[in-house]
Structures are given as C-alpha cells and as structure tokens.
Design a protein around this ligand. Structure first.
Ligand code: ADP
Ligand code: MG
Length: 466
C-alpha cells in the first residue's frame, strides 16, 4: 500500500497538538494533565513520529514512564498516519528540527493503492481498533452501521453520498475508519481519502495564501482523484464559503463519476444552516442516517468489548456502574473505564464491585490532591532552594528567601485552595493581602519568565512524585 503524503499541506502542529490536548484533558487526572501534558511544546514531525519537547530531563522521564502510552494512543486515534510520539528535552531541539519531515499529517489520510509497486511498504493509516468488528450494534446505531457496511462493500453504489450525523463521541469517526480499514484489507486498489473538514479548511486557506495556481489545483486534484472521499465533521465548514465552494466542485466531479462520498456532522443536513444551500441539498441526495445515544445494554456491551481488547476482566457490576454514570458520550464513558483499568494496574487491585469502582474513580480524580498538604509543598520548596524552614517563615527580605517564599505561597494557593487567611497564619501571621500579592506576583512571572516556569514546574514535579 502506498501512502502519498501531501507535502504542500500545512496544517500546524499547534492545531494538531491542541486537538490532542483537548482529548487528553478529558481522560487524564486534571492535575497530571496540567503538570505534564499542558507544558509540552509541539516541535515537529519526523516521518510518522510526532515530537514534543518537555521542559526538563526529569519531566521527560516521568512522561515517558507514565503518560507516553496515553499520549501516543490519543495522537494515533486523531490521525492514523502518525505512529509514535517522542518526548525530547530542549537541548535536542535542533537535532530534531534538522530531521523533520515536510510531511504534515493534518492533511488527512490519503491511501493511494494505484501507485502500489513491489518495493512500497505496506502500511495501514487507519486506526486499527476502529473496525466494524469492534463496533457494537444497538438500536441507536444499527442503520448507520448497516449503511457504512454497505458502502464499504460497494463504494459508489446504492447510498451516495452517505451522510451520518450524531452528537459527539457516538461513533461517527469510528465508522469512517472502519470503512477505511475494510477497504484497505478487502479492496486494496481503492483509493481512499479521509479528511476532517477543519483540516480541509486549513489546507485550503494555506493554499489560497500561496496564490499559486498549481497549489490550488493540487487541492482539487487530491480530492478529485479518489474513489472514496470521507469528510468528517462537515459542520466545521460553517462560514467557510470558499472551502465550501471548492468542496462543491469536488463533490460534483466525484458524484458524476460514481465515486463514493461519505460525510459526517453533528447535525442533519437540514440543520446545517450555515452551509450553502446547494451543498446542503447535495449532502442529502443519498442516504442520511443518524446515531442516537445508546441504551444501557448497548453501553455495557461497548464497555465489555473495549475491556476485552484491553485484556481487562470487567465484572457485570462495574460495567453497569460505569454505563449508568456516563450516558451520553461513549468517549467519556471509555475514559471512565480507562481510569479503572489504569488504577487497577497501578495498585494491583481487582476492581469488581460497584463500591470499589466508585472508590477507584474518586481516588483517581482526587488522589493526589487529597494527600498533598501545605507542609509537603513547603518542604519541597525548601529542599529545592536549599533553605531552611525557619527562613521561609521568617520576615527576611533577601531575594534568595523572598522568592522561594512566594513560590511556596503560590503553590499552596494553587494546589490546595486553602483560605488565604489560613495561609497567612502559616507564614508567621502575614496579612492575607500579602498572600495575594505573592500569589499574583508568581502567577504573573509565570507568563513572562521562562526560568520561573521551569522552576515552578520542577517543584510541582517533585511534590507530585515525592
Ligand atoms: P464521534 O466521531 O461521533 O465524535 P467517535 O467515533 O470518535 O465519535 O467515538 C468515540 C469513542 O467511542 C471511540 O473510541 C469509539 O470507538 C467509541 N464508540 C462509539 N460508538 C461505539 C460502538 N457502537 N461500539 C464500540 N465503540 C464505540
Ligand atoms: Mg469524530
């Protein structure tokens, strides 16, 4: 299989990373997310690896150990063309920038089998776990599943275009990848293009900026030259008249030559009022199906399938508990299961009752916050700056004491949420306005001063890993 990466497409690593962070923030414990993930800087792509920079060597170590797997999984699920994530330290930046590839995966996934040659390596760009087999059927999604299967078996046939709509996290992207995976396996000569409409807009904007006609032809060519075009989340085309116009022409070309078009959105074509009328009507020419919120039974079946893939022994009681606590978004529900799996592997405990599950989810969310107290923070700050506790509580105004004191105060307010007056008392009867001043001063410095950022991040790491 040949994957032709579109070199001229310039989707930013920033946008891509912003999407990934958004997903990570949903599944990670808030404080770990903030300390470890939020601070990573997206650097570049080196072939199919996404390179991120950690502030320090110790941060890199912790992230490699604890979070790399989750980060990689999320990144891969957002773009099947990326296969791994690497965390580096700032001193390695140049080295990696020299190696960086033009390949910007945001262009979407282009699988062109027609260029297949003996020496081309075979690689499937679609997320492996998003298949028809792993998609659990229920009353809420059976039409969408059947339609997707029919289209995969006979692209350009009965249902063209196929339009799937639903709320977030209910399986649209999963179905598109399932079609992609199916075609990759069963019909390797079919050229499949998958793109998120947001990426399409960005690509279009980038190309128009170049004012280079071969570039904009390239845009049209790329999308016109496929057998199956999948555009995910078309609602993002709202108010993007020019991209809509381009898509309109692509749509007509493909449609006339019986090529399959598949679209998804968070609402029906009729409700896409911000889209041009002529596009809306075309979207509704073929078959429109929706996916609803699955019933409890289906949600439990989804959890069981997922647990099976993760080789996790999920009891009925825990499955029911999770299914009843997350009702409208499967991605969110999977997040709860992931936390349980993670927690049980971390503690080596079997979690098979509702009570244990409830405890695990609660612990997971509040674990760290509960156990850290002000003296942990103060001890760590003193250790970091190599000063004594009596100094930090004293009235000394020398810079080497004042700064650690303010950092300790900042961290206590931020990590513990203790009343300011109490903190004032802790620090030798200082007024609460002094506490506010210290907190704001550090908060401000964090925005401007790189050194401060590193220092505070390091101390936080030490506190969390103590
Ligand atoms: P959407 O694109 O509609 O926002 P996704 O396709 O990203 O939703 O689905 C969110 C998550 O839920 C994915 O991990 C997906 O595998 C899972 N999921 C959704 N529906 C099902 C289903 N019927 N069976 C198994 N997993 C599902
Ligand atoms: Mg989606």
């Amino acid at each position: 299989m040949w994957i032709s990466y579109n070199l001229s497409t310039m989707i930013g690593k920033e946008e891509f990373w912003a999407d990934a962070k958004n997903e990570l923030s949903k599944i990670m414990q808030a404080i770990s997310y903030e300390v470890w993930v939020e601070k990573l800087e997206p650097l570049c792509f080196v072939e199919d690896t996404f390179v991120l920079v950690a502030l320090t060597q110790s941060a890199k170590r912790t992230i490699d150990d604890k979070y790399l797997k989750t980060i990689t999984e999320v990144v891969k699920s957002l773009n099947g063309a990326i296969n791994s994530v690497e965390i580096i330290t700032p001193d390695k930046k140049d080295e990696y920038l020299k190696k960086q590839t033009d390949f910007i995966p945001g262009a979407g996934i282009v699988v062109d089998n027609r260029k297949k040659t003996a020496e081309t390596k075979t690689k499937n760009p679609f997320v492996d776990r998003y298949t028809f087999d792993s998609f659990v059927m229920g009353k809420s999604n059976n039409y969408a599943l059947l339609a997707a299967k029919t289209v995969a078996e006979n692209p350009g046939g009965k249902y063209n275009p196929l339009f799937i709509y639903s709320g977030v996290g209910l399986g649209k992207t999963h179905l598109l990848h399932a079609i992609g995976n199916y075609l990759y396996k069963e019909s390797p000569r079919t050229k499949v293009v998958y793109v998120n409409s947001e990426q399409m807009v960005n690509e279009f904007v980038q190309m128009s900026m170049k004012k280079n006609s071969t570039e904009s032809n390239h845009f049209r060519e790329k999308y016109r030259a496929c057998d199956v075009l999948m555009v995910d989340d078309v609602q993002f085309l709202a108010k993007r008249e020019q991209t809509q116009e381009a898509l309109f022409h692509i749509f007509n070309d493909l449609y006339q030559s019986n090529k399959q078009i598949i679209l998804t959105s968070d609402r029906s074509p009729k409700e896409l009022v911000t889209l041009e009328e002529r596009l809306r009507t075309r979207f509704a020419w073929g078959l429109t199906v929706d996916i609803n919120v699955p019933d409890t039974e289906t949600r439990i079946a989804i959890l069981k399938t997922k647990a099976f893939h993760e080789k996790f022994n999920l009891s009925d009681e825990v499955a029911t508990f999770i299914a009843e606590n997350s009702t409208t978004n499967i991605r969110e529900m999977e997040g709860l299961l992931n936390k349980i799996i993670f927690f049980s592997s971390l503690t080596n405990h079997v979690i098979d009752t509702e009570e244990l599950a409830r405890e695990a989810l609660q612990d997971f969310i509040e674990e760290k916050d509960d156990t850290i107290d002000a003296s942990d923070i103060i001890d760590t700050v003193c250790k970091y700056f190599n000063i004594s506790k009596s100094d930090i509580f004293s009235k000394k105004k020398t810079k080497n004491i004042v700064e650690p004191r303010m950092i300790a105060i900042y961290l206590i307010t931020e990590m513990l949420g203790i009343p300011l007056v109490t903190i004032g008392q802790m620090f030798g009867g200082r007024d609460h306005t002094t506490i506010i001043h210290a907190r704001d001063k550090i908060s401000e410095a964090l925005n401007e001063d790189k050194r401060m950022k590193i220092v505070v991040a390091d101390i936080k790491n030490m506190i969390l890993n103590r």
